[in-house]
Design a protein around this ligand. Sequence first.
Ligand code: SF4
Length: 327
Amino acid sequence: MASGAQLPLLPAASEWKLLDERERGTAFISIASRAVLNSPATTRMDFWSVNPYVGCEFGCTYCYARDTHRYAVERETARAETDGAESPLAGLALLPAWLAFERRILVKRGAGITLAQTLDPARLEGSTLTIGTATDPYQPAERRFRITRGILEALTAYRGLSIHVITKSPLVLRDIDLFRRLTERGSLRVNISLITLDARLARRLETRSPVPSARIRALERLGAAGIPTGLFIAPVLPGITDGLDALDRLFAAARRAGAGYVMGSPLRLGPAARARFLPHLEREFPRLAARYRRHYARAVAAPAEYRRALAERVGALRARYGFPPGE
Ligand code: SF4
């Protein structure tokens, strides 16, 4: 595969199309994917990433990616202005940033082709490529648009890549054939994200995500198909999902489902995420509202002492269930 190949000419912004519109007002808008790879320098994460969509229909109340959506919409709008064209969201009702994240989903048309034309495997050497850091690559729209599948197909042309996928959705099982090929050609891990096994609690926190039992079944089925898997307990919500018993049950489920490792990390709240989550917390968990407001009004990350205590709890549970430390 040629690296550094020329990007295809961008379609005019006027070619942005409304792909679909759901009854509750969620619109799917096609955007041309000029460059789909995010470098560690741009994201300040220590790995490369690809997001097939901007926004996520699952609409978890705590989702930090709401802020990423705001930046992407601002960027696309500025681009359109430079091109003398309309914003991709023109003609749609204006929504606050926190709501636009789950109702105005940008679909990166042709992302797989763009990736095949721009990926230079040498630049990724010693690093991983993670699919789904700011969206769920298997949200319901993927069933129709197949952008994630296109990206995976493009990646099968390379050898020696280290690929991670993160999702909450059993739709991930559709791509087992590609995961097998990627495992043969390099290393691949599929990470299932789950913050609680309590279905009622999950529904209070995650508006439209798949039920916990479906995610554990997906973990089992991926493992049975020979795909390396991990469980991501992220974000851990202080005072809501961080109880020792609740975390213990998640670790036990991960062990039974054949996961190779478990990760746990605490809640982060940027401005758009805060605008969604804090009012929700006040309604659903009023006892905790003052504590959250006190801390997250000033900071994006959880307090350092909380992060330390959680890391110790996760470390002890890894040891109890025989998972590797520090993964
Ligand atoms: S599934 Fe992931 S990306 Fe989508 S809303 Fe939930 S936390 Fe955010």
